[in-house]
Design a protein around this ligand. Structure first.
Ligand SMILES: *Cc1c(COP(=O)(O)O)cnc(C)c1O
Length: 343
Protein backbone atom coordinates (compact mmCIF):
# COMPACT_ATOMS: atom_id res chain seq x y z
CA UNK A 1 0.00 0.00 0.00
CA UNK A 2 1.20 3.48 -0.86
CA UNK A 3 -0.30 6.47 0.93
CA UNK A 4 0.42 10.01 -0.19
CA UNK A 5 -0.95 12.69 2.11
CA UNK A 6 1.50 15.47 1.26
CA UNK A 7 -1.27 17.56 -0.26
CA UNK A 8 -4.84 17.50 -1.53
CA UNK A 9 -3.46 18.38 -4.97
CA UNK A 10 -2.17 14.82 -5.43
CA UNK A 11 -5.45 13.50 -6.78
CA UNK A 12 -6.01 12.13 -10.26
CA UNK A 13 -9.33 12.53 -12.12
CA UNK A 14 -11.87 9.75 -11.63
CA UNK A 15 -13.35 7.80 -14.55
CA UNK A 16 -16.56 9.84 -14.37
CA UNK A 17 -14.65 13.12 -14.37
CA UNK A 18 -12.62 11.95 -17.38
CA UNK A 19 -15.83 11.04 -19.19
CA UNK A 20 -17.27 14.49 -18.52
CA UNK A 21 -14.07 15.97 -19.96
CA UNK A 22 -14.16 13.77 -23.06
CA UNK A 23 -17.69 14.77 -23.95
CA UNK A 24 -17.21 18.51 -23.41
CA UNK A 25 -18.12 20.96 -26.16
CA UNK A 26 -15.15 23.26 -26.70
CA UNK A 27 -14.06 26.29 -28.70
CA UNK A 28 -11.26 28.84 -28.60
CA UNK A 29 -11.64 30.61 -25.28
CA UNK A 30 -9.30 33.43 -26.36
CA UNK A 31 -12.05 34.25 -28.86
CA UNK A 32 -14.59 33.85 -26.04
CA UNK A 33 -16.04 30.85 -27.86
CA UNK A 34 -15.72 27.97 -25.45
CA UNK A 35 -19.23 27.11 -24.20
CA UNK A 36 -18.02 24.84 -21.40
CA UNK A 37 -15.73 27.53 -19.95
CA UNK A 38 -18.68 29.95 -20.07
CA UNK A 39 -20.87 27.39 -18.30
CA UNK A 40 -18.32 26.92 -15.50
CA UNK A 41 -17.82 30.66 -15.10
CA UNK A 42 -21.56 31.40 -15.04
CA UNK A 43 -22.19 28.60 -12.60
CA UNK A 44 -19.62 29.94 -10.14
CA UNK A 45 -20.71 33.57 -10.51
CA UNK A 46 -24.30 32.54 -9.72
CA UNK A 47 -23.22 30.31 -6.87
CA UNK A 48 -21.46 33.19 -5.12
CA UNK A 49 -24.12 35.73 -6.13
CA UNK A 50 -21.62 37.88 -8.06
CA UNK A 51 -21.62 39.27 -11.61
CA UNK A 52 -18.70 37.58 -13.25
CA UNK A 53 -16.20 34.74 -12.99
CA UNK A 54 -13.04 33.95 -14.94
CA UNK A 55 -11.26 30.61 -15.38
CA UNK A 56 -7.51 30.52 -14.62
CA UNK A 57 -4.87 27.82 -14.98
CA UNK A 58 -3.83 28.17 -11.33
CA UNK A 59 -4.80 29.67 -8.00
CA UNK A 60 -1.58 31.61 -7.96
CA UNK A 61 -2.49 33.36 -11.20
CA UNK A 62 -6.02 34.08 -9.96
CA UNK A 63 -4.66 35.64 -6.73
CA UNK A 64 -1.98 37.57 -8.61
CA UNK A 65 -4.60 38.94 -10.98
CA UNK A 66 -6.73 40.03 -8.02
CA UNK A 67 -3.77 41.84 -6.46
CA UNK A 68 -3.15 43.60 -9.78
CA UNK A 69 -6.80 44.63 -10.11
CA UNK A 70 -6.93 46.15 -6.62
CA UNK A 71 -3.58 47.95 -6.40
CA UNK A 72 -1.14 50.36 -8.05
CA UNK A 73 2.66 49.94 -7.94
CA UNK A 74 3.98 51.13 -4.59
CA UNK A 75 0.82 50.19 -2.69
CA UNK A 76 0.78 47.90 0.30
CA UNK A 77 -1.25 44.71 0.70
CA UNK A 78 -2.25 43.66 4.22
CA UNK A 79 -2.37 39.94 4.94
CA UNK A 80 -1.63 37.44 7.68
CA UNK A 81 2.00 36.35 8.11
CA UNK A 82 0.98 32.81 7.12
CA UNK A 83 -0.76 33.88 3.90
CA UNK A 84 -0.21 32.00 0.66
CA UNK A 85 -0.08 35.26 -1.32
CA UNK A 86 2.92 36.31 0.75
CA UNK A 87 4.72 33.01 1.37
CA UNK A 88 4.04 30.72 -1.56
CA UNK A 89 3.55 32.72 -4.73
CA UNK A 90 7.21 33.29 -5.51
CA UNK A 91 7.16 36.95 -4.53
CA UNK A 92 4.55 37.56 -7.22
CA UNK A 93 3.06 40.59 -5.46
CA UNK A 94 6.32 42.49 -5.93
CA UNK A 95 7.08 40.96 -9.34
CA UNK A 96 3.69 41.48 -11.00
CA UNK A 97 2.13 44.41 -9.17
CA UNK A 98 5.04 46.24 -7.49
CA UNK A 99 3.39 46.01 -4.08
CA UNK A 100 4.82 45.36 -0.62
CA UNK A 101 3.12 43.46 2.19
CA UNK A 102 2.22 44.43 5.74
CA UNK A 103 1.97 41.18 7.67
CA UNK A 104 -0.35 40.71 10.61
CA UNK A 105 0.75 38.42 13.42
CA UNK A 106 -2.50 36.47 13.52
CA UNK A 107 -3.63 33.20 15.01
CA UNK A 108 -3.46 30.18 12.67
CA UNK A 109 -3.55 32.49 9.67
CA UNK A 110 -6.48 34.59 10.93
CA UNK A 111 -6.67 38.04 12.55
CA UNK A 112 -9.31 40.39 13.87
CA UNK A 113 -10.65 43.79 12.89
CA UNK A 114 -8.57 45.61 15.52
CA UNK A 115 -5.34 44.07 14.29
CA UNK A 116 -6.30 45.17 10.81
CA UNK A 117 -7.02 48.71 12.00
CA UNK A 118 -3.56 48.92 13.57
CA UNK A 119 -1.92 47.77 10.33
CA UNK A 120 -3.40 50.37 7.99
CA UNK A 121 -1.12 53.26 7.07
CA UNK A 122 -3.05 56.55 7.35
CA UNK A 123 -3.76 57.90 3.86
CA UNK A 124 -2.53 61.40 4.66
CA UNK A 125 0.84 60.12 5.95
CA UNK A 126 2.45 60.06 2.52
CA UNK A 127 5.81 58.78 3.78
CA UNK A 128 4.39 55.26 4.13
CA UNK A 129 3.13 53.00 1.36
CA UNK A 130 -0.56 53.39 0.62
CA UNK A 131 -2.61 50.54 2.12
CA UNK A 132 -5.05 49.53 -0.58
CA UNK A 133 -5.90 45.84 -0.31
CA UNK A 134 -6.60 43.32 2.44
CA UNK A 135 -6.46 39.60 1.63
CA UNK A 136 -7.85 36.80 3.79
CA UNK A 137 -7.45 33.07 3.31
CA UNK A 138 -10.21 30.56 4.12
CA UNK A 139 -9.43 27.88 5.06
CA UNK A 140 -5.90 28.83 6.01
CA UNK A 141 -3.23 26.57 4.54
CA UNK A 142 -0.23 27.22 6.79
CA UNK A 143 -2.72 27.76 9.64
CA UNK A 144 -3.67 24.08 9.40
CA UNK A 145 -7.01 24.29 7.61
CA UNK A 146 -8.54 26.70 10.14
CA UNK A 147 -11.88 28.34 9.25
CA UNK A 148 -12.74 31.97 9.85
CA UNK A 149 -15.79 33.01 11.84
CA UNK A 150 -17.85 34.83 9.23
CA UNK A 151 -18.84 37.49 11.80
CA UNK A 152 -15.16 38.37 12.19
CA UNK A 153 -14.94 38.75 8.40
CA UNK A 154 -17.95 41.08 8.48
CA UNK A 155 -16.18 43.29 11.04
CA UNK A 156 -13.09 43.31 8.84
CA UNK A 157 -15.26 44.33 5.90
CA UNK A 158 -16.59 47.29 7.93
CA UNK A 159 -13.03 48.46 8.55
CA UNK A 160 -12.28 48.07 4.83
CA UNK A 161 -15.33 50.15 3.95
CA UNK A 162 -14.44 52.84 6.45
CA UNK A 163 -10.81 53.03 5.27
CA UNK A 164 -11.55 52.52 1.56
CA UNK A 165 -9.64 49.27 1.21
CA UNK A 166 -10.47 46.42 -1.18
CA UNK A 167 -11.02 42.96 0.27
CA UNK A 168 -9.91 39.78 -1.53
CA UNK A 169 -10.52 36.20 -0.43
CA UNK A 170 -8.00 33.51 -1.28
CA UNK A 171 -10.58 30.75 -1.25
CA UNK A 172 -8.40 27.92 -2.54
CA UNK A 173 -10.11 25.78 0.13
CA UNK A 174 -13.31 27.79 0.61
CA UNK A 175 -15.24 24.57 -0.14
CA UNK A 176 -13.84 22.98 3.00
CA UNK A 177 -14.91 25.99 5.09
CA UNK A 178 -18.39 26.09 3.55
CA UNK A 179 -18.94 22.37 4.21
CA UNK A 180 -17.52 22.53 7.71
CA UNK A 181 -19.57 25.55 8.78
CA UNK A 182 -22.64 24.75 6.72
CA UNK A 183 -22.44 28.11 4.96
CA UNK A 184 -23.69 29.42 1.64
CA UNK A 185 -21.18 30.67 -0.97
CA UNK A 186 -23.40 33.76 -1.30
CA UNK A 187 -22.46 34.70 2.29
CA UNK A 188 -18.93 35.25 0.95
CA UNK A 189 -20.01 36.83 -2.33
CA UNK A 190 -21.87 39.49 -0.35
CA UNK A 191 -18.72 40.51 1.56
CA UNK A 192 -15.68 40.25 -0.71
CA UNK A 193 -14.71 42.33 -3.74
CA UNK A 194 -13.01 39.32 -5.34
CA UNK A 195 -12.79 35.63 -4.48
CA UNK A 196 -10.46 33.03 -5.93
CA UNK A 197 -11.56 29.40 -5.66
CA UNK A 198 -9.58 26.30 -6.50
CA UNK A 199 -10.77 23.27 -8.45
CA UNK A 200 -7.54 21.29 -8.21
CA UNK A 201 -7.33 20.94 -4.42
CA UNK A 202 -10.06 19.11 -2.52
CA UNK A 203 -12.33 18.93 -5.55
CA UNK A 204 -9.93 16.72 -7.48
CA UNK A 205 -9.52 18.44 -10.88
CA UNK A 206 -6.20 18.20 -12.75
CA UNK A 207 -5.98 21.99 -12.90
CA UNK A 208 -7.89 25.21 -12.60
CA UNK A 209 -8.98 28.06 -10.39
CA UNK A 210 -11.66 30.70 -10.86
CA UNK A 211 -11.65 34.38 -9.90
CA UNK A 212 -15.08 35.76 -9.06
CA UNK A 213 -16.12 39.40 -8.66
CA UNK A 214 -18.47 42.12 -9.77
CA UNK A 215 -18.27 43.75 -13.21
CA UNK A 216 -16.67 46.99 -12.08
CA UNK A 217 -13.56 45.41 -10.54
CA UNK A 218 -13.36 42.55 -13.08
CA UNK A 219 -13.38 44.78 -16.15
CA UNK A 220 -9.57 44.61 -16.44
CA UNK A 221 -9.25 40.92 -15.59
CA UNK A 222 -9.19 39.76 -19.21
CA UNK A 223 -6.21 41.95 -20.02
CA UNK A 224 -4.37 41.04 -16.80
CA UNK A 225 -4.85 37.31 -17.38
CA UNK A 226 -3.54 37.74 -20.93
CA UNK A 227 -0.44 39.58 -19.72
CA UNK A 228 0.28 36.86 -17.17
CA UNK A 229 0.05 34.25 -19.93
CA UNK A 230 -3.20 32.71 -18.76
CA UNK A 231 -5.38 33.06 -21.86
CA UNK A 232 -6.11 29.50 -22.96
CA UNK A 233 -7.65 27.89 -26.05
CA UNK A 234 -9.88 24.74 -26.01
CA UNK A 235 -9.74 24.72 -22.25
CA UNK A 236 -13.37 23.61 -21.95
CA UNK A 237 -12.00 20.09 -21.41
CA UNK A 238 -10.64 21.31 -18.09
CA UNK A 239 -13.70 23.43 -17.34
CA UNK A 240 -15.80 20.27 -17.77
CA UNK A 241 -13.76 18.68 -14.98
CA UNK A 242 -14.53 21.75 -12.87
CA UNK A 243 -18.28 21.52 -13.50
CA UNK A 244 -18.20 17.83 -12.66
CA UNK A 245 -16.26 18.54 -9.44
CA UNK A 246 -18.63 21.26 -8.27
CA UNK A 247 -21.63 19.04 -8.85
CA UNK A 248 -20.18 15.90 -7.29
CA UNK A 249 -17.21 16.52 -5.03
CA UNK A 250 -18.18 19.24 -2.57
CA UNK A 251 -20.35 17.37 -0.06
CA UNK A 252 -17.90 14.51 0.21
CA UNK A 253 -15.29 16.84 1.73
CA UNK A 254 -16.97 15.90 5.03
CA UNK A 255 -15.24 12.51 4.75
CA UNK A 256 -11.85 14.17 4.42
CA UNK A 257 -12.58 16.17 7.58
CA UNK A 258 -13.63 13.11 9.59
CA UNK A 259 -10.55 11.17 8.52
CA UNK A 260 -8.27 14.07 9.39
CA UNK A 261 -9.75 14.13 12.88
CA UNK A 262 -9.27 10.39 13.27
CA UNK A 263 -5.61 10.65 12.26
CA UNK A 264 -5.19 13.53 14.69
CA UNK A 265 -6.63 11.46 17.54
CA UNK A 266 -3.96 8.84 16.99
CA UNK A 267 -1.14 11.38 16.66
CA UNK A 268 -1.95 13.05 19.99
CA UNK A 269 -0.82 9.92 21.84
CA UNK A 270 2.42 9.33 19.98
CA UNK A 271 5.61 10.17 21.78
CA UNK A 272 7.39 11.66 18.74
CA UNK A 273 4.59 14.23 18.54
CA UNK A 274 4.90 17.34 20.67
CA UNK A 275 1.65 19.05 19.71
CA UNK A 276 -1.19 18.55 17.24
CA UNK A 277 -2.87 21.76 16.19
CA UNK A 278 -6.66 22.00 16.30
CA UNK A 279 -8.09 20.11 13.33
CA UNK A 280 -11.08 21.74 11.66
CA UNK A 281 -11.00 20.50 8.09
CA UNK A 282 -8.71 18.30 5.97
CA UNK A 283 -5.32 19.58 7.14
CA UNK A 284 -3.40 18.30 10.13
CA UNK A 285 -0.37 20.20 11.33
CA UNK A 286 1.71 18.73 14.13
CA UNK A 287 4.96 19.58 15.80
CA UNK A 288 7.55 16.92 16.43
CA UNK A 289 9.31 16.34 19.70
CA UNK A 290 12.72 18.06 19.58
CA UNK A 291 14.39 15.12 21.29
CA UNK A 292 13.72 12.90 18.28
CA UNK A 293 15.47 13.32 14.96
CA UNK A 294 13.14 14.25 12.15
CA UNK A 295 15.11 12.06 9.73
CA UNK A 296 14.46 8.96 11.80
CA UNK A 297 10.73 9.69 11.84
CA UNK A 298 10.71 10.18 8.07
CA UNK A 299 12.57 6.91 7.65
CA UNK A 300 9.96 4.95 9.60
CA UNK A 301 7.12 6.40 7.54
CA UNK A 302 9.02 5.81 4.31
CA UNK A 303 9.29 2.12 5.24
CA UNK A 304 5.52 2.06 5.65
CA UNK A 305 5.14 3.77 2.25
CA UNK A 306 3.42 6.72 3.92
CA UNK A 307 4.24 10.22 2.72
CA UNK A 308 3.52 13.41 4.64
CA UNK A 309 4.65 16.96 3.91
CA UNK A 310 7.83 16.97 5.98
CA UNK A 311 9.30 20.25 4.83
CA UNK A 312 7.09 23.11 3.64
CA UNK A 313 5.64 24.13 7.04
CA UNK A 314 8.97 24.81 8.72
CA UNK A 315 11.65 22.82 10.55
CA UNK A 316 9.64 20.98 13.17
CA UNK A 317 6.15 21.16 11.72
CA UNK A 318 4.63 18.42 9.62
CA UNK A 319 1.54 18.68 7.45
CA UNK A 320 -0.86 15.89 6.53
CA UNK A 321 -3.69 16.53 4.08
CA UNK A 322 -6.57 14.14 3.45
CA UNK A 323 -8.16 14.06 0.00
CA UNK A 324 -10.42 12.45 -2.58
CA UNK A 325 -8.02 9.66 -3.55
CA UNK A 326 -7.37 8.60 0.05
CA UNK A 327 -9.67 5.60 0.39
CA UNK A 328 -11.09 3.62 3.32
CA UNK A 329 -8.51 0.85 3.00
CA UNK A 330 -5.62 3.30 3.10
CA UNK A 331 -7.17 5.05 6.09
CA UNK A 332 -7.53 1.78 8.01
CA UNK A 333 -3.93 0.88 7.17
CA UNK A 334 -2.63 4.26 8.33
CA UNK A 335 -4.58 4.26 11.62
CA UNK A 336 -3.38 0.75 12.32
CA UNK A 337 0.22 1.65 11.46
CA UNK A 338 0.11 4.67 13.76
CA UNK A 339 -1.02 2.45 16.60
CA UNK A 340 1.83 0.03 16.15
CA UNK A 341 4.63 2.34 15.16
CA UNK A 342 7.85 2.41 17.19
CA UNK A 343 10.14 5.38 16.90
C1 LIG B 1 -2.73 26.03 -3.41
C2 LIG B 1 -3.09 27.37 -2.93
C3 LIG B 1 -3.10 28.48 -3.80
C4 LIG B 1 -2.55 28.43 -5.23
O1 LIG B 1 -3.02 27.48 -6.03
P1 LIG B 1 -2.15 26.89 -7.25
O2 LIG B 1 -3.22 26.39 -8.13
O3 LIG B 1 -1.29 25.83 -6.66
O4 LIG B 1 -1.38 27.99 -7.87
C5 LIG B 1 -3.49 29.67 -3.31
N1 LIG B 1 -3.87 29.82 -2.03
C6 LIG B 1 -3.87 28.80 -1.15
C7 LIG B 1 -4.31 29.02 0.26
C8 LIG B 1 -3.48 27.53 -1.57
O5 LIG B 1 -3.46 26.53 -0.69
Amino acid sequence: MNIDLRSDTLTTPSKDMLEAMLSAKVGDDVYGEDPTVKELEDKLARMFGMDYAMFFPSGTMANQTAIKLHTNPGDQVISDKYSHVYNYEGGGGAFNSGVSFKLIDGNRGMFDANQLLESINPKEFYHSPLSSLVTLENTTNKGGGACWDINEIKEIKEVCNMKELSLHLDGARIWNAIVKKNENPKDYGAIFDTISVCLSKGLGCPMGSVLIGNNEIMKNSLRTRKILGGAMRQIGYMAAAGIYAIENNIDRLKNDHIRAEEIGEKLVNMHFVKKVEVIETNIIVFEINNAIKKESIIEVFNKLNVQFDWHSMGLNKIRIVTHLNYCNEQHAYLLNSLENIKI
